[in-house]
Design a protein around this ligand. Structure first.
Ligand SMILES: C[S@@+](CC[C@H](N)C(=O)[O-])C[C@H]1O[C@@H](n2cnc3c(N)ncnc32)[C@H](O)[C@@H]1O
Length: 348
């Protein structure tokens, strides 16, 4: 039916429906900013300590903030369904918000997302560079952004190590018995520490092309007292030269960033011992534009803004399956751990 054949009432309803789609996006933006402020300024954490509820006046007193502003923030957090409000006027965290937003070790932790998505590296710089197509790289990203990415990567590691890896036949035994492991694009080092702590008999190498991230890792390794078991190498993945060295090569939310993905896949195969495992943990981007209208896909479409800035795009899982098959890996397979987290694996 064309718009000319619609009655005036039908047109009014259709316009309202379309306006609702736009306005729900604006409401989502308000919610993201509200959560981000609550996380950054410790309001959510403080409310979480008061399971019996806390009034805005008491909350303001506890955190030492302006009571009027605190009240405005609480109302918006309630509107976003992050807080609950009792009849006596006290607020509590809504169910499971403590886990989802505050518990960094929870496998479904998503508290890193609001903090990173508001960084200028996502939308501001994309908008600035959109006319020219000018690109950036990690060494032009702020420390806040790198910290934010690491916070977003953390639940990927929590899901992967050890439960996700245990789904790959034979891999857990090899790691538990003591293996040599390479983590490519190790970033700020959360994965290296998880691997070292989960598999105490393993020796681990972390490679990344960004010197600032490696400095963060090196401080963390000393703090965790595991600097002897983890070696750090500053290199692009395209330049890894090792041969028959590793029982497992792992890469978390970074395989899509390779400048030359074919070369990196060849490098990994050469670097693996016979029967060694290549594990790609990444976002499963939909394989068609038509499949992008889901909540996970919409978030991944947002991530694509930053990926565009650094000259790549997230890929569908099938692209990794095909890549490993093409390069002669055996026992290739893939599974989803969540709607935004897939694991692809293969053996040399
Ligand atoms: C999205 S971050 C992920 C970091 C870490 N794996 C995590 O999950 O927290 C991507 C990392 O890959 C590194 N990287 C991207 N492309 C690279 C390349 N071609 N060679 C070496 N490192 C690269 C960046 O420096 C950055 O630290």
């Amino acid at each position: 039916m064309t718009s000319t054949s619609l009655s005036a009432d039908e047109v009014r309803k259709a316009v309202q429906q379309q306006a609702g789609k736009l306005l729900s996006q604006v409401a989502g933006f308000v919610g993201v900013r509200t959560v981000e402020i609550g996380l950054r300024l410790g309001l959510l954490e403080e409310i979480g300590k008061h399971t019996e509820g806390i009034t805005t006046e008491d909350l303001a007193r506890q955190v030492g903030f302006d009571p009027f502003y605190v009240q405005v923030w609480c109302r918006s957090a309630y509107a976003a369904e992050v807080l609950e409000l009792a009849e006596n006027g006290s607020y509590t965290l809504a169910p499971y918000m403590d886990k989802l937003l505050l518990d960094q070790d929870f496998p479904g932790y998503i508290g890193g997302l609001p903090l990173v998505i508001i960084q200028p590296e996502f939308f501001d710089r994309f908008g600035d560079n959109l006319p020219s197509g000018k690109q950036i790289w990690w060494d032009e990203c702020s420390p806040e952004f790198i910290k934010g990415v690491s916070g977003t990567g953390q639940p990927f590691y929590t899901r992967l190590i050890p439960a996700g890896l245990a789904k790959v036949s034979g891999l857990s035994d090899r790691l538990e018995q003591g293996a040599r492991v390479l983590e490519m694009a190790c970033g700020a080092g959360i994965g290296l520490i998880r691997l070292a702590e989960t598999y105490p008999k393993c020796s681990i190498v972390g490679v990344d092309g960004d010197a600032y991230s490696l400095k963060l890792v090196s401080d963390k390794l000393v703090e965790a007292g595991i600097q002897e078991r983890v070696t750090l190498v500053e290199s692009t993945l395209e330049d890894i030269q090792d041969a028959e060295e590793y029982d497992m090569v792992l890469i978390n939310i970074s395989m899509h960033e390779c400048r030359d993905i074919e070369k990196v896949t060849r490098n990994v195969r050469r670097a693996l011992k016979p029967d060694g495992y290549f594990i790609i943990s990444d976002f499963p981007f939909p394989d068609s534009t038509q499949a992008c209208r889901t909540v996970p896909a919409r978030i991944m479409c947002g991530i694509q803004f930053f990926e565009a800035l650094i000259g790549d795009q997230l890929l569908p899982t099938q692209a990794y399956v095909d890549l490993l098959g093409k390069h002669g890996y055996r026992n290739v397979g893939a599974f989803d751990l969540t709607p935004v987290h897939a694991v692809t694996y293969g053996q040399k």
